[in-house]
Design a protein around this ligand. Structure first.
Ligand code: EPZ
Length: 434
């Protein structure tokens, strides 16, 4: 288990470079394996989820490695195994993207059903219904999804509710299907658009990404190419909130302000001053945050992944804020914030947060990636010392968060009980299969 020891009270000040988007990297690394020939991907974050998807694809037969310039090389030509291993897939729900890849590339897939996680039940029924609409035969045996299709044939598919994963998985499968697929009620997240641009650069024929109707004309083959993925809007939002909760002033570089519109507006409503440039934003707190009501929603609404960090800031705001979570069941961090003195009541999908003047340090535990980020932010503002365990969950989606915070003046110490896969990944990058 990895822990962070944080002594709060220091306003964050300085400039931080935001990493590439985890939720763009994962589908794009999988999509690179749909092609023939090497892809070279830039701005890929070195976090645990990226490491996990690379390991899964290596086990399926792809060659994947980081070069000394930090670019990720993917050579999929040796990919011939259609069975993804339970041990790796169970670690991360996004591993289920390999189902779309294997169906499109090999006509066969055996992928473990993603387990539940701290965000409540997260079924993949929309994914499976979409694969069936493309002509795949699906069965579930011993916790594995078994899918088979001699040939995937394009179809018109209505996705029951906005789903990033379903939209992505069906784009992967349809890109090499015979004929045209139309995804109705598709997700509009920037990560979906990034994937569509990358697939198009490989020769796919995709129109409408970023709207709720995406049209994909399947093609025979895709060829590897070079691509720079977008930056991580959730990491950027996390640092914006870190600035607000500590009363600091930050410049965030390598960001796409357009992707942060709803988060910027809510931080401004909370009293922060934000100036945008082409690919950077300047954030300044103006004293204690002001209480703000919000409701999470699919893009371009307020992102569910920032609900928890923003709630941490509201726990010390002036006034009472009402936060409604419409996507997942993700309030387990509230008990941990209460241990730090927060006054929060949860009624079904809504948290009522009565701002207190000060949080105090405590021993707390991260229950999921973004809950862990919320606790880090609370600890940065709290009086005294906070020990946060379960930091390996935060490492899943934030590249070297503690090092970045230290560089902004935070008093953060990392304690690793055992060498974890993160260390292995950082010190011994994914090596080319010889
Ligand atoms: C993606 O998860 C992100 N993960 C999540 O980020 C993000 O919170 C979520 O989209 C919403 O924006 C990645 O991109 C790797 P969904 P995903 O399918 O695709 C229901 C993070 O912290 N649903 O958009 O799993 C589902 O239960 C992670 O980086 C079905 O019912 O989310 C949820 O209520 C957390 N059946 C809703 O749809 C299905 O078959 C939206 O989920 C699929 C989804």
């Amino acid at each position: 288990m990895a822990k962070l020891l944080i002594r709060g009270g220091t306003p964050l000040k300085g400039t931080v470079e935001i990493s590439g988007s985890k939720n763009s990297a994962l589908p794009i690394i999988v999509a690179a394996c749909l092609a023939e020939g090497e892809s070279v991907l830039e701005n890929i974050p070195r976090d645990i989820d990226v490491y996990t998807i690379c390991r899964i694809l290596q086990e399926l037969g792809a060659e994947i490695w980081f070069d000394e310039a930090g670019r990720l090389h993917v050579v999929p030509d040796g990919l011939q195994n259609y069975q993804a291993s339970y041990d790796l897939v169970r670690r991360m729900r996004a591993s289920f993207y390999v189902a779309g890849l294997l169906l499109a590339r090999l006509g066969k897939a055996e992928v473990p059903l993603p387990g539940g996680c701290a965000l409540g039940s997260r079924p993949v029924d929309f994914h499976l219904k979409g694969f069936q609409a493309l002509g795949a035969k699906i069965s579930i045996e011993h916790g594995y999804v078994k899918a088979e299709a001699d040939e995937l044939v394009g179809n018109k598919i209505y996705i029951n509710r906005s789903s990033v994963g379903t939209t992505i998985n069906l784009m992967l499968a349809a890109s090499r299907a015979k004929g045209t697929t139309v995804l109705e009620n598709a997700a509009k997240e920037p990560e979906v658009v990034d994937l569509a641009i990358y697939l198009s650069s490989m020769g796919a024929r995709i129109r409408g990404a970023g709207t709720d109707v995406i049209r994909i004309d399947g093609v025979e083959r895709l060829r590897g190419t070079e691509y720079v993925i977008i930056s991580d809007r959730i990491e950027a939002g996390t640092f914006m909130v870190a600035c607000g909760i500590t009363g600091g002033e930050l410049v965030l570089t390598n960001v796409v302000p357009e992707h942060l519109r709803s988060s910027i507006m809510k931080c401004e409503e909370a009293g922060m001053e934000i100036e945008e440039d082409i690919n950077s934003i300047h954030v300044r707190a103006q004293g204690r945050p002001v209480a703000v009501d919000l409701e999470t929603a699919p893009y371009p609404g307020f992102p569910t992944d920032l609900q928890q960090p923003f709630a941490a800031m509201m726990s010390i705001a002036d006034g009472t804020s009402i936060i409604r979570e419409t996507i997942f069941d993700r309030f387990r961090y509230v008990d941990e914030l209460r241990r730090m003195g927060a006054d929060i009541k949860v009624e079904r999908d809504t948290a009522i947060i009565r701002g207190v003047s000060e949080l105090t340090g405590a021993q707390v535990e991260a229950t999921d990636l973004r809950a862990g980020a919320a606790l880090v932010l609370a600890a940065l503002a709290a009086k005294g010392e906070t020990e946060i365990s379960g930091i390996e969950l935060v490492d899943r989606g934030y590249e070297q968060l503690d090092a970045k915070l230290r560089q902004l003046g935070a008093d953060v110490e990392r304690i690793d009980d055992e060498s974890n896969v993160f260390e292995e990944f950082l010190t011994r990058p994914l090596l080319r299969r010889i």
